[in-house]
Design a protein around this ligand. Structure first.
Ligand code: DP6
Length: 333
């Protein structure tokens, strides 16, 4: 290579129906269990990388939530450059890099922006460095960034992160394309504060919960249930298993040592309202919650306007973000 090389990629965030919580190997980001998610078409990160021998050094610029671009420093800078280093070494390239990354969704909405960010970063960097990798390999490399859930943002639509405990066997694969099922994820934003316990730290604490092994024992059955529900477009089957899994993950979190309580009183208000709408009005909507207080409400797209207007009427909800099944991580320039 004699000339500077550049590429731009876009990737979606994703919401897990079966959650990843706990690791088998932290250095390799090998999860304790498989997980299943849907890409979110309304929550995108666009990342450009420029490798140029003329640059003075590595730099990373982040524009979060539509704000101004700012230089990244500290841990955020180190995590990005560690992933770049891994790919530079594979390509035999030593040129400095300039990374520019932008989200289209508010960074304070409690949506895992790191999944979209590391999927877009890995996709753009492989393209710029001329690394000709398969989707499976791209997903595996994205996983190594440390944001494990990011590997699920590589394939399109409904995705399963397989894991057999080895590096080569831990990657994400499509279960169904985005147009297979018009499903909606309505994010009910109830709090915009920073995470109290990072996912990275949380994964290491998970095995200290007496419920961790019980959760792992349930998962093969629940993974099969969710896989089948997606294939059959069965909202009730998907919703029941998804809600059960979120509650089981939070039970582990709350019983870790020290415990991590991500829920706020408003989280429970939204969960109870959704349960009420199901019981009283037969609205097929179900909740899931990541490592934060905001509630993702899953329903079919035909029910989404009604569910959204009900969510907006709750005092607990500040605003909502509506997502459908999103595309794969891809090169756009
Ligand atoms: C609760 O380690 O992938 O969202 O900090 O966003 O990189 P980041 O998280 P990660 O853990 C994700 C944990 C989870 C569940 C899930 O998405 O599977």
């Amino acid at each position: 290579m004699t000339q500077a090389c550049t590429a731009t990629a876009v990737a979606c965030a994703n919401i897990a129906f079966i959650k990843y919580w706990g690791q088998r190997d932290a250095a390799l980001t090998l999860p304790a269990n498989g997980s299943i998610s849907m890409n979110l078409d309304g929550c995108l990160t666009e990342t450009s990388v420029l490798f140029d021998p003329e640059l003075a050094g590595d730099s990373v610029w982040l524009a979060l939530g539509g704000g101004e671009e700012e230089p990244a420093s500290g841990r955020a800078f180190e995590r990005v450059i560690a992933q770049i280093e891994r790919l530079r070494a594979m390509a035999g390239n030593r040129w400095p890099v300039q990374v520019r990354s932008r989200n289209n969704f508010p960074s304070d909405a409690g949506i895992a922006s790191s999944a979209a960010a590391f999927a877009a970063l890995t996709c753009a960097t492989c393209a710029a460095l001329g690394l000709d990798v398969s989707e499976r390999e791209l997903s595996r490399l994205t996983r190594l960034s440390g944001s494990g859930s990011a590997c699920r943002s590589i394939p399109a639509g409904f995705v399963e992160w397989h894991t057999d405990g080895t590096d080569a066997g831990s990657w994400a694969e499509q279960i169904a394309a985005p147009d297979h099922w018009a499903l909606s994820d309505l994010v009910a934003v109830i709090d915009t504060g920073a995470k109290r316990v990072s996912s990275l730290h949380g994964h290491s604490l998970a095995p200290t919960s007496p419920f961790f092994d019980a959760r792992l024992a349930e998962l093969p059955q629940r993974l099969a249930e969710v896989r089948q529900a997606i294939i059959e477009r069965d909202i009730e089957r998907l919703g029941v298993a998804t809600e059960a899994d979120a509650i089981s993950m939070h039970a582990v979190m709350m019983t870790q040592r020290p415990p991590a309580f991500y829920w706020l009183p408003a989280t429970l208000l939204v969960i109870q309202a959704v349960q009420r709408w199901r019981e009283q009005d037969h609205i097929q909507a179900y909740c899931t919650i990541d490592a934060g207080p905001n509630v993702h409400v899953i329903c079919e797209a035909s029910d989404a306007p009604e569910v959204e207007s009900r969510l907006c009427e709750l005092d607990a909800v500040q605003w909502t973000i509506v997502n459908g099944p999103g595309p794969e991580a891809r090169i756009v320039g």
